[in-house]
Design a protein around this ligand. Sequence first.
Ligand code: ZN
Length: 241
Amino acid sequence: MRYAILSDIHSNLEALTSVLSKIDTLRVDEVISLGDIVGYNADPNECIEIIRKRGIRAIMGNHDSRAAGLEEPADFNPVAAEMVYWTRKQLTKENIEFLKGLPGKLAFEGRFLAFHGWMDSTDGYILSASDAAYNFSLMGTSTLAFFGHTHVRLAYLEKDGVIEADTASRLKIRKGLRYLVNPGAVGQPRDGDPRSSFLVYDDKKGEITFFRVGYDMERTREKIIGAGLPQTLAERLRLGM
Ligand code: ZN
């Protein structure tokens, strides 16, 4: 099987459309979303409807659960919280129900795990080797898991308790190692490269390939500004931060 794995779409319709057009050229069998379909940008319903229409298997993100009203954005920064309240007002009933029904994590046919932040917490960030060690400790016999939430493309490799971070654009899965892999963000990358990020995992070849694609960012920025949303959200797209 070939899986396209993406994360953190964050209501960025132009980015999602561009990523899916690229994915359509890559002969994948299934597309998986690691959470945060909504938040930060101006097209929440449109993005959810694409996910639903394509039957993309998706996981609950911390913004999804707040926008759906399952939690309050009490610990969010003011701009992120403002976008939660704005998104709630935009969402259709069906799309709220869809977000509410998303699972916290998924196991894919015994091949790999997928979750948003930490294995046991949608809000936890894997930002260091010790965060990775904690999540490896929760993986049981699984040797591969995909996560999102940090908006930074990165892989953690573990062998005999030693953890290394790997930033290569291609990763060969080797026996005896365990992997925690983040595809980066579709809708709001934060690694200084403003292009959307995602990956393809080919489980037969045992290979992960990362991709970056540009999109019509000016249109996304115009929608943010046109809706009277915080200007900083439009700015950070250009900076990739
Ligand atoms: Zn996010």
